[in-house]
Write a protein that binds this ligand. Structure first.
Ligand SMILES: [Ca+2]
Length: 289
């Protein structure tokens, strides 16, 4: 039987430096100034959903696909179990034991072209060669989101990675970034939309007129999730309606207008559909959503 990795084992996988989106802004020091570097942030590398249960951190790296993930605050309050036990004198007492507050962990970015290539190289999953010319046009580097993926492709990737697709309600909860009752993942003001999202047209941070943007090019939401508005629509697990023809997609995309960036907005498509503005990201946690 394979031994479970211990907490010490997890500790050994800790990286010294957190790369990418959470890098501190680098400011050139004035001449003669003493620069004190803050201690590099430690990040834990996780291999399985089982390991996640023992992690006390807000950010991790998922080993299989190298995805950065953050803990999205639970929408489910901690459950308490009443446990009968005895004190030292043998008197019966009842203790309330918390089972901890379950967390949902979500990829901070959409799955990239580079990550999807790794999945294809390690599996025999079929991905039509003709689709690659479209990927090269609309998502030209390994840092761009993978596009032209069907719901079936996304499910296969998630299974390979040991994760899963988010449920529609989980995606919606995460997109709000802890804001309550706001129209967008950043709040109400649609004038700042281009600080947060790649959608039709250009302006401000949005320099991508005819393509996706590299993931993480815009500001994150309150949970540290990037591109929850815009760039590519993201497949969710759920059927759109009970007739089971279509699956749900969320978040809007690079080629559509700002209306589609609204948190409440849903899109839908047959699960075999592969369009150049469809992508996905994965989650782990919440055993039975
Ligand atoms: Ca998106």
């Amino acid at each position: 039987m394979r031994r479970r990795p211990t907490l010490v084992g997890i500790g050994l996988l800790t990286l010294a430096v957190w790369p990418g989106c959470w890098d501190q802004p680098k400011v050139a020091p004035e001449q003669g100034a003493i620069v004190i570097q803050p201690e590099a942030e430690k990040v834990i590398v996780i291999e399985s959903a089982e390991e996640l249960k023992r992690v006390n951190a807000k950010k991790i790296i998922w080993k299989k696909d190298g995805a950065k993930m953050v803990s999205v605050k639970s929408e489910v309050p901690a459950r308490y179990e009443e446990k009968k036990t005895f004190d030292r004198r043998g008197n019966s007492i009842t203790k309330k034991i918390s089972d901890g507050s379950p967390s949902l962990w979500m990829d901070t970015t959409e799955v990239t072209v580079g990550q999807f290539k790794k999945f294809l190289s390690q599996t025999d999953h079929q991905f039509d060669g003709d689709l690659w010319s479209s990927v090269e046009t609309y998502s030209p580097t390994d840092k761009h989101p993978m596009i032209n993926v069907s719901w079936n492709d996304a499910m296969a990737y998630a299974k390979w990675a040991g994760k899963r697709l988010p449920m529609d309600r989980e995606w919606g909860f995460a997109a709000k970034g802890s804001l309550v009752g706001k129209k967008f993942s950043w709040g109400e003001d649609d004038r700042v939309a281009r600080d947060y999202a790649n959608y039709a047209g250009i302006g401000g941070k949005d320099k991508w007129e005819e393509s996706t943007a590299p993931v993480g090019s815009f500001k994150p939401n309150g949970y540290g999730l990037y591109d929850m508005a815009g760039n590519v629509w993201e497949w969710c697990q759920d059927w759109y309606t009970s007739d089971k023809f279509f699956r749900v997609l969320r978040g809007g995309s690079w080629n559509l207008n700002a209306t589609n960036l609204r948190v409440a907005r849903r899109y839908f498509h047959a699960p075999h559909g592969r369009l150049n503005y469809f992508g996905f990201r994965c989650v782990s946690g919440f055993d039975k959503p």
